[in-house]
Write a protein that binds this ligand. Sequence first.
Ligand SMILES: CCCCCCCCCC(=O)SCCNC(=O)CCNC(=O)[C@H](O)C(C)(C)COP(=O)(O)OP(=O)(O)OC[C@H]1O[C@@H](n2cnc3c(N)ncnc32)[C@H](O)[C@@H]1OP(=O)(O)O
Length: 158
Amino acid sequence: MTALQQRIGPHPDGAHLPAHHEQCLGCGVDNPHGHHLSVHREGDLVVATHVFDDRHVGAPGIAHGGAVATVLDDLYGFLLYLVGEPAVTRQLVVEYLAPVLIGTTYRLEARVDRREGRKLFVNAKVTALDGRTAATSTAVFVTVDAEHFTQARPSSAI
Ligand SMILES: CCCCCCCCCC(=O)SCCNC(=O)CCNC(=O)[C@H](O)C(C)(C)COP(=O)(O)OP(=O)(O)OC[C@H]1O[C@@H](n2cnc3c(N)ncnc32)[C@H](O)[C@@H]1OP(=O)(O)O
């Protein structure tokens, strides 16, 4: 079994989900520039509790929109563990409803809305602990085979 197949699971409800790989910008524990996203499964949802820090600032005190998009994109990448197949982002849409504040705790959650062939239509939201939604998102992911991930470095495997 490859490392990718092992990561894909299955994973039971409540389980902590493995990072995509150690250097992943969203979730890799060894990436010093990364968000170190920690994600678990809640039924059909993938969920993270997350705090943006000073490395991800845009306007003073406010997370950069690209950083928020990065984290949402990576969170979607955990849905592949529920789907049971690797998939990659084809389209990512973010609605920034309110500033996402540096040093503030947010709940991030994502789910698969529907599947049509290889296309996964997914959605997500970023909610402050007082219940206010700071961002919503939709995306289209497309399932791929394992060879997709060896295009850049044929000898590498994830
Ligand atoms: C452990 C695994 C690691 C996972 C890491 C996750 C990290 C977080 C997520 C990411 O950051 S992924 C990185 C960013 N994304 C990419 O690098 C993907 C780059 N794009 C591609 O490689 C190709 O475009 C892709 C593999 C996604 C699709 O190419 P294909 O040639 O295989 O498919 P095609 O272009 O025919 O499109 C597939 C289907 O999607 C449809 N489609 C494309 N864009 C669409 C769109 N915007 N909305 C709706 N449908 C869309 C398209 O019409 C078609 O529908 P049909 O199958 O019904 O014909």
